[in-house]
Design a protein around this ligand. Structure first.
Ligand SMILES: [Cu+2]
Length: 339
């Protein structure tokens, strides 16, 4: 009996220490990264409860095991046989029923939490998300805006309707907790109510090809005034896009080119477009070419035909067979302005 009391106290102490240890590294109540959405609350609560139960179960196994090893080890010169035990029905029923109850409780809490996360706000607005190797493009159908950044107002539910044009991607913002696959051939929904202002990042959480690691886009959550100002600015940009350069600039966003090509010389997955037009360069096969209309057209239709200096074959860039001649001409007109 005395042993049970000692082990019982040690199990409780060990459970508390385990829980505090896991909490200290950001795995329990003080979860890292900080929660940034309304949906995160019920997920974090459920997670915290699981960590409590895990700390207890861990201690329940490890403490009696170590205690037995130390206290009941065979003494020197002790050659007697150990006590024979023939089963214990009460104990067996106990360790079957107790876990069953715990599992049923967690099944209920899990279903409840899923319901909370999917709760529909009838006021929610829609943003269409297009995922492709290796960029995210966001369309605001209400305003006819296309953007490579996701701007969202604080405390309003948004429904992301997500489509992929190639392979399976996965939309994941750690601060929002919820993660959703983007699957070619269907539209998946992602509901979120951002509750934290600031800059975040969506990362692709599905290994989707060589530049998977670079498939991240910026997310800005701001108050209503900041959001409306951004929308107005984007509408003005779209309205100005009547010239070939303007249309080309818009197409570069729509087709995700800007995810890999910068306009200001900064390095991304692909070569910058700044100063590209008219440049003389030695491509991977050793020949020297001048970047003109024909070269750019070829680079878009068949990225593997010539590989830009400093890049490897096969090209990371996807081919764009659906671009019309006019769209390509617009893109070239836009690239020409970048010098
Ligand atoms: Cu991806």
């Amino acid at each position: 009996m005395q042993h049970f009391v000692i082990v019982g106290i040690l199990v409780i102490l060990m459970s508390i220490l385990t829980y505090l240890g896991l909490d200290a590294i950001g795995l329990a109540k003080q979860m890292h990264p900080v929660a940034g959405s309304a949906q995160a609350a019920s997920i974090d609560q459920l997670w915290n409860l699981e960590i409590i139960v895990i700390s207890f179960l861990f201690s329940l196994i490890v403490v009696p095991m170590i205690y037995s090893l130390l206290v009941f080890r065979r003494r020197k010169d002790d050659t007697t046989d150990a006590e024979h035990i023939e089963g214990n029905t009460t104990l067996e029923i106990g360790w079957t029923v107790a876990p069953l109850i715990i599992v049923v409780i967690f099944a209920y809490l899990g279903a409840y939490s899923l319901g909370e996360v999917r709760r529909v706000d009838p006021q929610a607005f829609v943003v269409n998300v297009k995922a492709q190797q290796f960029t995210w493009v966001f369309e605001y159908p209400e305003y006819g805006i296309v953007s490579t950044e996701l701007y969202l107002p604080l405390n309003k539910q948004v429904v992301l309707k997500m489509e992929s044009s190639d392979v399976i991607h996965s939309f994941w913002v750690p601060e929002w907790r919820v993660k959703q696959d983007v699957v070619p051939g269907r539209v998946t929904e992602y509901r979120i109510t951002p509750t934290l202002e600031g800059n975040f990042k969506v990362r692709c959480a599905e290994l989707c090809g060589v530049s998977h690691y670079a498939m991240e886009s910026s997310i800005v959550v701001t108050d209503d005034a900041g959001y409306n100002a951004w929308i107005a600015e984007q509408i003005a940009i779209a309205a100005a896009a009547q010239t070939p350069e303007g249309k080309g600039k818009l197409a570069a966003v729509q087709y995700g080119c800007v995810g890999c090509h910068s306009a200001d010389g900064s390095p991304l997955t692909g070569p910058t477009w700044f100063g590209l037009f008219g440049k003389e360069q030695t491509v991977l096969d050793g020949s020297t070419i001048t970047v003109d209309e024909a070269y750019i057209t070829e680079s878009i239709r068949d990225p593997n035909a010539k590989i830009a200096p400093g890049f490897t074959s096969p090209s990371v860039m996807p081919p764009y067979p659906n671009l019309t001649d006019e769209e390509i001409a617009n893109l070239i007109a836009y690239i020409q302005t970048l010098k």
